[in-house]
Design a protein around this ligand. Structure first.
Ligand SMILES: *Cc1c(COP(=O)(O)O)cnc(C)c1O
Length: 396
């Protein structure tokens, strides 16, 4: 007996909305047309064309990560696979790891370290705040960790670890390697891998870089790479083994069939970043995000995180009394075709400001959709004031 083909399947045309929703949540983000076009192409993963593309991806990545490192690897997988690749290659069973925990993703890094059977010290930072340098210094001195994990921008609760450069410096002084998750922040705000002394920088495709989900990058420093090369034990992860991945990324040989379309998409996303320049891109993100934050406050709503720890790449907004996050999200999608995010913990909604989300026309549509929806749900907000503030701040 064969298993019968299902008879109730409809084509994607019947499922997808006629006009795509504007993706203004915490990722994935809208992708440029060039990225989408590249993503529709399949080529030989080991041919000369691919190797030329790989060379360019690595060279553009060095600029975007601000590193001279020759150990930037692509990963077929989500940002989490890149996180896991950084952790399992640098952390061996029995090692001491200090995990700065101030959100959902930093806890994920600590859990990954724990699964490699490391001894994990968690520094639980109060929700809504960035990690304090003095406290980190004490913990490093006390525990002498081999590796420290930290998230530059916590997408989950919109906290920005502003003191990352100082924390890296401290870690270096104690010969401790630093793994930094920059999934939502890379190319949206400064991260100088070499200058700050970060040993592994992780990014995904679908957030800061404005590419597709499912293809990620991780950059290792020279020091991190020497450690990887000196390991005598066999990694339990085959796909995520950096030495095996090196075969494809640097030696034109076979590890697994690379996600060619996604790498082509990444190529285009990186090329657009290089032509915009990091400086131009950082300025665009800052201007757009601050204008959005100002507009939200002018509406009469409040932001979750205080300015000192506030992330610009994702903006967290307190859910006003009298309504709920899911109600606001549902109305914004159904009526205004704008999608934003809820949260995994605090009672907030989140608007992304990553890559293509930072465009003025998207901001006007989003502020209107938010203000108008919240108003319809019975909350007293001043929509004209919000839109006027947005315009005023964008003019600056
Ligand atoms: C989204 C995100 C991740 C995880 O990326 P996935 O592609 O969902 O695995 C990790 N860290 C941060 C900061 C993120 O924003």
């Amino acid at each position: 007996m064969f298993v019968k083909a299902p008879t109730d399947i409809v084509s994607l045309d019947n499922i997808l909305p006629e006009e795509p929703l504007l993706m203004m949540g915490a990722g994935p983000v809208p992708i440029p047309a060039r990225v989408a076009a590249a993503n529709s192409i399949v080529i030989n993963h080991l041919g000369d064309t691919m190797s030329q593309i790989i060379e360019q991806v690595k060279s553009m990545s060095r600029y975007v990560f601000q590193t001279e490192s020759r150990h930037i690897l692509g990963v077929a997988g989500p940002g989490s696979a890149a996180m896991e690749m950084a952790v399992v290659n640098l952390v061996a069973p029995g090692d001491t790891v200090l995990s700065i925990c101030n959100g959902f993703f930093s806890h994920r890094l600590s859990e990954m370290a724990e699964r490699t059977e490391a001894k994990v010290i968690r520094f639980e930072v109060e929700d809504g705040f960035c990690a304090d340098v003095e406290q980190v210094a004490q913990l490093i001195a006390q525990h002498k960790p081999k590796v420290l994990t930290i998230v530059q921008g916590e997408t989950s609760n919109t906290v920005y670890n502003r003191h990352l450069p100082a924390i890296c410096k401290l870690a270096k002084a104690h010969d401790c390697l630093v793994i930094t998750d920059a999934v939502c922040t890379l190319s949206t705000m400064p991260l100088a891998m070499d200058e700050w002394g970060v040993d592994a920088v992780i990014t995904g495709g679908q957030k800061g870089l404005s590419s597709i989900p499912g293809v990620s990058l991780v950059a290792f420093s020279e020091q991190a790479w020497s450690l990887i090369e000196s390991r005598k034990d066999t990694l339990r992860h085959w796909c995520l083994d950096a030495r095996l991945a090196d075969q494809f990324w640097y030696k034109k040989s076979y590890h697994y069939t690379a996600p060619v379309s996604g790498i082509l998409a990444m190529h285009e996303a990186l090329r657009l970043i290089c032509s915009e320049t990091l400086q131009g891109r950082f300025e665009r993100h800052e201007r757009c995000s601050l204008a959005l934050q100002g507009a939200i406050e002018a509406l009469g709503m409040s932001l979750y995180v205080e300015p000192d720890s506030r992330l610009n790449s994702v903006v967290g907004i307190n859910v006003p009394n009298g309504t709920t996050g899911p109600e606001i999200l549902a109305l914004m999608s159904a009526k205004h075709r704008v999608e934003i995010s809820g949260s995994f913990g605090p009672n907030i909604i989140r608007i992304g400001q990553m890559g293509e989300q930072c465009r003025t026309h998207h901001l006007f549509r989003t502020v209107h959709a938010l203000g108008s929806s919240v108003k319809e749900l019975g909350v007293n907000v001043d929509l004209p004031a919000g839109v006027a503030e947005l315009e005023k701040r964008l003019q600056k």
